[in-house]
Design a protein around this ligand. Structure first.
Ligand SMILES: [Fe+2]
Length: 445
């Protein structure tokens, strides 16, 4: 299964020194493994190893892209079979063929990434193979007769390959794209764990069938391998369908309220930046992104003449506008994969001091995702041009957020957001003091 090449679409132009060091270390480790393997002059059935290398090459050429830019394949089943049949040195040598990754060439993936993926395979196969042997695994045709006594070595080595392979890719993504390695791992790879072990079982069966019936028998396993690949593909398409659904809803809103054009996407970007700064888990960030994109979807239920009214709203009209968080929550509440985004959408106009709407919640009763969205939404509103006022500068909007934090906004969310803006606010401390003084006076009154 597994992870093969790294995403590397939209490659970054300049690679950081840390990333370079990481890649060079991976190349060096793989080179050392290959030199060690060849110097050991193993007595290998080279034609059969070449046959398995060819199988790995084919499996690797049909990679499926994951959300965070990594790719997966079903190669692990074949690599695992090669480990069981021929041992770690042969498996590591066979993995060298992945340097010629057709899928990467077709996608114009930079060579250093393809090389890294191949090195990742080589190192993972080598360590996995030794784990298998050291824990009591049997290499060669005798493996089937050693079953079930080799279950523990099989499970352990399967886990070792999964951990090394996915951890190295998550680290590479983190270093290249500035994302959290743990978040990338959890988002892209955690769900693969059971599938991975299923591929390990498939690899073991493949080794047994090959040992008893020879290369032709491999054809029997093409179908289960294709099914395994199809499972990944369907899962990824499902995720793609979620994104399409959200985009369609956003477009429906923007068609009704042109004012919001681009607003939802910007709010989502700001919200995600805050989530990253607050180190929220990947699954929360995904919910937050959906919620931020759809936070104003309830406006589709508000009359156009009220929504686009140029002048001041009457109390009745304002009351109608205030219904949009509730309407939005009702709309997305009926869509299964958006259910977790409902509280954030419902509460995105709540104020920390309880003066907001639609329920008048305060403090920690307001969900964190909603508190994040409030800051992102307000910042974008302030820095966007309106018919009745020009856009505020980023610095002025940031100062306004600080001035209102503790009352309208959650201070820790504001602090995280200001950090992501990467601006230096003059008199920031003075602003903070003024705010504290204002709050103290309000409390006194
Ligand atoms: Fe709103």
């Amino acid at each position: 299964m597994v992870l093969v090449s790294i995403p590397f679409f939209n490659a970054v132009k300049s690679i950081s020194t840390r990333a370079k060091l990481f890649f060079y270390s991976a190349y060096l480790a793989a080179f050392a493994v290959l030199v060690f393997s060849l110097l050991a002059k193993p007595k290998l059935p080279w034609m059969e190893v070449a046959f398995f290398a060819l199988l790995i090459f084919v499996a690797d050429s049909f990679a499926i892209q994951l959300p965070k830019k990594a790719f997966i394949t079903v190669s692990f089943a074949i690599i695992f079979a090669a480990i069981i049949l021929f041992g770690p040195l042969a498996a590591a040598i066979a993995c060298t063929i992945t340097v010629f990754n057709v899928s990467d060439i077709r996608r114009k993936i930079p060579w250093y990434k393809t090389l890294f993926s191949a090195c990742n395979y080589i190192v993972s196969a080598f360590i996995t193979g030794h784990t298998y042997i050291l824990t009591g695994g049997v290499v060669g045709n005798a493996a089937s007769s050693a079953f079930p006594y080799i279950i523990i070595p099989l499970v352990l080595s399967c886990a070792v390959f999964f951990i090394i392979n996915t951890a190295l890719i998550a680290l590479a993504v983190a270093l290249l794209y500035g994302e959290s390695a743990i978040n990338t791992w959890r988002y892209d790879f955690q769900w693969l764990t059971p599938n991975y072990f299923a591929l390990g079982i498939l690899g073991f069966i493949l080794a047994q069938i090959y040992a008893s019936s020879g290369p032709i028998s491999i054809i029997l396993l093409v179908i289960p391998l294709l099914i395994a690949r199809q499972t990944f593909s369907v899962y990824m398409k499902l995720r793609g369908a979620y994104i399409d659904t959200v985009s369609a809803l956003v477009q429906a809103l923007e068609a009704k309220d042109p004012y919001t054009r681009g607003h939802s996407e910007r709010v989502a970007e700001y919200a995600e930046a805050i989530a990253k700064e607050l180190k929220l888990p990947a699954e929360k960030s995904e919910i937050l992104r959906y919620a931020a994109l759809l936070h104003d979807i309830g406006k589709v239920g508000i009359a156009r003449k009220v929504l686009n009214k140029p002048g001041r709203l009457t109390n009745e009209e304002y009351r109608k506008i205030q219904a949009h968080p509730r309407i939005g929550a009702q709309i997305i509440g009926d869509i299964d994969f958006l259910k977790e985004a409902v509280p954030a959408v419902y509460c995105h106009h709540e104020h920390l001091n309880g003066a907001g709407y639609a329920q008048g919640l305060s403090g920690d009763d307001i969900p964190l995702l909603a508190r994040i969205m409030t800051v992102a939404d307000s910042f974008d509103a302030m820095t966007s041009t309106r018919s009745y006022r020009p856009a505020m500068s980023v610095e002025d909007a940031a100062k306004e957020l600080i001035a209102c934090s503790g009352r309208q906004f959650d201070p820790k969310v504001v602090k995280a957001f200001i950090k992501t803006l990467n601006i230096s606010l003059e008199n920031n401390e003075r602003l903070e003091e003024e705010k504290q003084l204002r709050i103290a006076i309000e409390e006194t009154v």
